[in-house]
Design a protein around this ligand. Structure first.
Ligand code: ARG
Length: 585
């Protein structure tokens, strides 16, 4: 269940039942929030004060009968009026245990599905091909993956789309560049490295040499018009880079249902421009075609936007905007998308505001949303680069993470802090390293920039992937010591007696709320927070409560059941983050 949602509803209903209908007009918000200070209780009702104000009644007088009615409920051990009219609630341990025992028998761990599943397209990763994925791509890839997993888990029909940048201006340069400086053997060996080299040379040459630049534009136009030589070469660029991308996604365990890159929409672009002109939304200006925001019924925020949203250049070439408009129509008409989510860098905010405005003017019904994120910075607050000023490739970050994880694990084994057979070290380091990179990224509120810090990333003590994974591995090793499988342990009945068990129980009970909040707001960091808090409470429980007990008491069975539920929930949370667990460490 969703505990916090349940409490909110419950308290609101109690208030409604106590007030005459003409007074409340069915509008009551209980505003039940976790207390800041555990000494006051578990939850606090904050809604009585604003309600009393609205109804012009003394808040204390309003709160008292509500508290009294709440005290009668099985959910609460106590309900006390405090301060100017808050109500402090303490959950009843037996009631909590009953819910946890229900979760124990549920493969979904008590997380309900949404009432109205939607078909949702999630557009993420979407790199521009013929380039290596760099550290910037990690964000779209891992955030998009986690958002997709979470939406799917709560019951939506999710289509994961890798909207590759496979049709842009870079291909003009690549076509002429490949013919001028390309090395076929190198292309066959490592396509992306060769294409990057060619691209660098070609774009440098184009800056100095106008004829060369003009040739690149011409080849691009020929490609977009279907020239067969150019298409053949382009196809090789795409196929070879795709192989490299697939390897990277396999390493990250990230998947897509469809790969509809920009090129997919090429044949629709002429019609899109015609449609926009026909509807009076776009017009020609000096040979180019664009949407002029002061000439259409634009949202306020765009009316002062001087630059038009260009959909066709003077030379006839189409743009990123054009293919995105085509994509929006395609997602609505062909994929029947009710929602479309774009997991893209916040630097593209203006692009998406304009795109969404055009879609709205065209009557597109798909609800479109830009799920934006900030930049990965170095320790000086500058965008992360290599020492010679190049962008850091994603592959090199993963290599380094695995290397550092291995180093730490070997040190842990030497010190006797980590128990692991030598042959398991490399594989474990891989899981820990990749998990650490993902966790470091996902734990940030996605809209902020974040500093990449190797020491914090591979940490077994702070808010980091390895710490959370270590807590999970501990739950497994205790099951093993107790000679139980997870299923066997789940057969026990949870009983919350010790303070550490209660604290663990409280965090376990809000998993449903967390998952739904993360799904609704597309914020994986809420799941990281949950995983971290859960890991902390598992460690506390294991330090303060003995699970294995001589004589196999009832209490041992209860603790194994709690441990099993905690481990399963932690694994589920990590899974929604796209992070693999390790069974032993
Ligand atoms: N290829 C673009 C880039 O790397 C991102 C594409 C995002 N998706 C979209 N439908 N515009 O910047």
């Amino acid at each position: 269940m969703r505990l916090e949602a349940h409490l909110e509803q419950l308290v609101a209903q109690v208030v409604l039942d106590l007030l005459p209908a003409e007074e409340h007009g069915n509008q009551v918000r209980a505003l039940v929030r976790p207390t800041q200070n555990q000494e006051h209780g578990d939850y606090q009702v904050n809604g009585m004060i604003p309600l009393a104000k609205r109804l012009r009644r003394p808040p204390l007088e309003m709160a008292a009968p509500v508290a009294e009615a709440l005290r009668e409920r099985p959910e609460f051990l106590s309900a006390e009026v405090a301060g100017p009219g808050f109500i402090n609630l303490r959950l009843d341990a037996a009631w909590m245990a009953r819910l946890l025992n229900e979760d124990l028998g549920d493969p979904r761990l008590g997380v309900p599905e949404v009432e109205t599943p939607k078909s949702i397209v999630v557009d993420y990763s979407s790199p521009n091909i013929a380039k290596q994925m760099h550290v910037g791509h990690i964000r779209s890839t891992v955030i998009g993956d986690s958002v997709s997993r979470t939406l799917r888990f709560v019951g939506h029909r999710v289509t994961r789309d890798n909207h590759l940048g496979d049709w842009g201006t870079q291909f003009g340069l690549l076509l002429v560049g490949m013919r001028a400086f390309g090395d076929e053997t190198a292309l066959a060996k490592n396509a992306i490295v060769e294409l990057e080299r060619v691209y660098r040379l070609a774009s440098a040459r184009a800056k100095e040499d106008d004829t060369f630049a003009a040739a690149a534009r011409e080849e691009l136009a020929k490609l977009q018009a279907g020239d067969s030589d150019n298409l053949a070469l382009w196809k090789r660029f795409v196929a070879t880079t795709r192989e490299v991308l697939e390897e990277m996604y396999a390493r990250l365990d990230v998947e897509f249902d469809i790969w509809l890159g920009e090129s997919t929409y090429n044949s629709m672009l002429g019609d899109v421009v015609a449609l926009l002109i026909d509807r009076g939304l776009a017009r020609e200006d000096d040979g180019a075609v664009g949407i002029f925001w002061n000439e259409v019924d634009a949202p306020k925020s765009l009316r002062n936007q001087k630059e038009p949203f260009l959909v066709r250049k003077r030379d006839g070439a189409y743009l990123y905007a054009t293919s995105d408009i085509a994509t929006a129509l395609h997602r609505q008409d062909q994929l029947q998308a009710e929602e479309s989510i774009y997991v893209v860098d916040s630097r593209q905010t203006l692009h998406f505001r304009q795109l969404f405005a055009v879609a709205e003017l065209l009557g597109v019904r798909t609800k479109m949303e830009h799920v934006s994120f900030g930049t990965v910075l170095d320790e000086h607050g500058q965008p992360l680069r290599t020492r010679d000023g190049q962008t850091v490739t994603l592959g090199s970050v993963l290599d380094e993470a695995e290397r550092r994880a291995e180093e730490r694990i070997r040190a842990g084994v030497a010190e006797g802090k980590i128990q692991l057979e030598p042959e398991a070290i490399v594989e474990t380091a891989r899981t820990i390293g990749i998990g650490a990179v993902k966790y470091a990224d996902l734990r940030q509120n996605r809209t902020s920039d974040y500093r990449f810090d190797w020491d914090k990333l591979i940490s077994f003590s702070g808010d980091a992937g390895p710490y959370v994974q270590y807590a999970y591995a501990r739950t497994r090793s205790i099951l093993q010591k107790g000679n139980r499988t997870e299923e066997e342990a789940s057969e026990g009945t949870i009983d919350l007696a010790h303070e550490a068990e209660l604290a663990l129980g409280r965090i376990l009970l809000i998993f449903g709320d967390t998952v739904h909040k993360a799904a609704e707001t597309r914020q994986p960091h809420l799941l990281c927070q949950h995983a971290y808090e859960l890991a902390t409470q598992i460690s506390r429980f294991l330090t303060q409560c003995r699970v294995l007990q001589p004589g196999h008491t009832e209490s041992e069975r209860a603790r194994f059941a709690l441990l099993s539920l905690a481990g399963r929930q932690l694994r589920c949370a990590l899974n929604l983050l796209g992070i693999h667990v390790v069974e032993r460490m």
